[in-house]
Design a protein around this ligand. Structure first.
Ligand code: NAD
Ligand code: UD1
Length: 338
């Protein structure tokens, strides 16, 4: 029994490979390396002491996917592959719909042919839009996304829900991630953004290591305790472990289930800066800058469902994530290019 992991060379995918292998699961990984390095393979092997197939394959290539399903006995798919940069998605919406939505449809066609009807999908808290009160609960209204990236996640959720309605043999698990940060404690794998980071944690880490001069804090007039944006930062290792629980659950229960994967705690931009300074001993210079279009005041999860139904709970906190991010960043200032 093997689990196919799409986009498994990426940030969350590589950490999930480690957790799956460490738990004794067999995995087959595909990635087109559009946002990942093949070096991840050796690093995951070093951490786990286990080997696995890593195949260069684009999820839009149906013939190649069919070959992968024919060559391996796959029971379920954990589907990470996708493009994820919000700003880029506004400039290149067609590429995002093609890659994320089109790629998922192609993957589903290939799965259906192979008789594999279990999928765990990487969705995002972004599907809650800007109208819901925090904490976000799985049964809240979704949609109202503010950028093509977020809309691809919303569309894919709908497609997967329709699939289950049409064929109750399918088992779908939609995981709505909050803000994944951190790195494996070994410092061998972590987040390696291309160019200037869009997200807060990798930006802070690059300021700390001297690659960027200072951080811009996007707005201090939000309706939050200190005026800066509040988010639910989840350690990527906790998040990766959540996939083990979700995959086991999807393999045993048919239908479509949705889970928030977060800590349930909101942390402000200024609090994250302080946590990073404490964890690293490095001062992070910052300036207050205008709000970033599309940002909301606060986003954090109600994690009751994941805690009670999946039996999964985040164990690490923002300080742990800052410590592990700093360890990764110090050892790999240029990501996998070092
Ligand atoms: P990532 O970019 O590090 O990983 C995605 C991987 O998919 C990369 O290795 C990339 O090379 C691969 N990929 C992209 N298009 C592909 C294609 N057509 N065929 C095959 N491989 C392809 O991103 P990540 O942070 O690890 O995110 C993984 C998933 O989780 C994504 O779907 C992302 O949208 C979702 N997600 C991420 C976050 C986050 O903050 N990181 C939050 C919510 C949801
Ligand atoms: C962003 C995306 C979201 C995506 C998520 C992936 C937007 C509007 N949303 O979420 O769709 O799923 O990334 O992780 O882009 N901040 C700064 N300075 C910076 C960077 C960020 O102050 O240089 C602030 C932001 O205003 C926000 C917080 O830090 O309050 C977190 O930002 P970020 O890491 O980009 O994540 P999100 O905006 O939550």
């Amino acid at each position: 029994m093997s689990i196919l992991i799409t986009g498994g060379a990426g940030f969350i995918g590589s950490h999930t490979c480690v957790e799956m292998l460490s738990a004794g699961r067999d995995i087959v990984v595909i990635d087109n390396f559009s946002n990942a390095s093949p070096k991840v393979y050796e690093r995951v092997k070093t951490i786990t002491g286990k080997d696995f197939p890593l195949i260069e394959c684009d999820i839009r290539d149906e013939a190649k996917l069919d070959e992968v399903f024919a060559a391996h006995k796959i029971d379920a798919v954990i589907h990470f592959a996708g493009l994820k940069a919000v700003g880029e998605s506004c400039r290149m919406p067609v590429e995002y719909y093609d890659n994320n939505v089109g790629g998922t449809v192609t993957l589903l066609k290939s799965m259906k042919k192979a008789g594999v009807k279990t999928i765990v999908f990487s969705s995002s808290a972004t599907v809650y839009g800007s109208e819901n009160p925090v904490p976000f609960r799985e049964d809240m209204k979704t949609g109202g996304t503010t950028n093509p990236y977020g809309t691809t996640k919303y569309f894919i959720e709908i497609i997967l829900q329709d699939l289950v309605k049409a064929d109750p043999e399918w088992s779908v698990c939609l995981l709505r991630y909050f803000n994944p940060i951190g790195a494996h404690a070994s410092g061998l794998i972590g987040e390696a953004p291309n160019g200037i980071p869009n997200n807060l944690m990798p930006y802070i880490a690059q300021v700390a290591v001297g690659k960027r001069e200072k951080l811009s804090v996007f707005g201090n007039d939000y309706n939050t305790p200190d005026g800066t944006g509040v988010r639910d930062y989840i350690h990527v290792v906790d998040l990766a472990k959540g996939h083990l629980y979700a995959c086991d659950r999807a393999l045993s229960v048919k239908g479509c289930e949705i889970y928030n994967l977060g800590t349930g705690n909101g942390v402000s931009v200024l609090e994250l800066i302080t946590a990073f300074e404490q964890a690293s001993g490095v001062k992070i210079p910052y300036v207050i800058a205008p709000r970033r279009p599309g940002d909301i005041d606060a986003s954090y999860a109600d994690v009751t469902k994941a805690n009670t139904v999946l039996g999964w709970k985040a164990e690490l906190n923002a300080f742990d994530a800052c410590r592990d991010t700093w360890n990764w960043q110090k050892k790999n200032p240029n990501g996998y290019d070092d």
